[in-house]
Write a protein that binds this ligand. Structure first.
Ligand SMILES: *Cc1c(COP(=O)(O)O)cnc(C)c1O
Length: 220
């Protein structure tokens, strides 16, 4: 198990480095987020032992169960929320996470800004964009992005970038290119895009954060 996880991590790191090299980008400018949702502490520990420090979870309750113990062992872990967030969990999310990738609506901007003020803790946020204009998908519509960013700035929410999950089963590159353009248009440095199946493409198109689960942990 341990060897296996370390091998997977080394493999993904090598693929990240290769994509960076082709794109003439610095490896240090791409953060690998190990998405550990559904995997227990026993599966996560080998990656921690191998030096991985940035992890992603998609549910507040699951992260609250697993991570306080692991963070006590590895205090320099950085935990990113990559899944949808309910406004009534904003306080808990602000206490637990070091970055939030799923800000996608005015009520959540308000709740997070209030939670951060209350906690005296600024958690960097990404605004999630529904980049393929899909029904039933998280993320704000492209047309609503300027107003949401304006609201976030006015509320003092630290927005560092944009995030997307492109439509499944079609070529993701145009959607990554579009997110990159939107981030540039709005003067945002962060681009959270790319998962196990497409992180190299995302890096070549400007990803600063790739969210990789299956390629590190195996299937869920
Ligand atoms: C699960 C998840 C990932 C990781 O997906 P893999 O295909 O397993 O790499 C990335 N981003 C989000 C938002 C996820 O929910």
């Amino acid at each position: 198990m341990s060897t296996n996880a370390a091998t997977h991590l080394a493999d993904v790191q090598a693929r990240v480095a290769k994509a960076c090299s082709i794109a003439r980008r610095e490896v240090a400018d791409v953060t690998l987020i190990a998405v550990s949702k559904t995997h227990d502490a026993a599966a996560i520990l080998p990656l921690l032992e191998a030096g991985q420090r940035v992890f992603g979870e998609n549910r507040v309750a699951e992260a609250a169960d697993k991570w306080p113990t692991l963070k006590a062992l590895y205090p320099d872990v950085s935990l990113h929320l990559v899944g949808q967030l309910q406004s009534n969990k904003a306080d808990e999310a602000v206490a637990l996470f070091d970055a939030i990738h799923s800000v996608d609506r005015p009520s959540l901007v308000t709740a997070l800004a209030r939670a951060m003020d209350k906690a005296g803790r600024r958690v960097p946020c990404f605004v999630q964009v529904n980049i393929g204009a899909e029904d039933q998908k998280g993320g704000c519509a492209i047309a609503e992005l300027p107003a949401l960013l304006e609201q976030a700035r006015a509320a003092g929410l630290p927005v560092v970038g944009l995030m997307c999950v492109p439509p499944a089963d079609i070529e993701p590159a145009p959607f990554f290119a579009l997110l990159d353009k939107l981030a540039r248009d709005h003067g945002l440095a962060g681009r959270s895009m790319g998962m196990s199946g497409d992180f190299e493409t995302a890096i070549m198109l400007g990803a600063t954060h790739v969210r990789v689960g299956t390629a590190l942990f195996g299937g869920r």
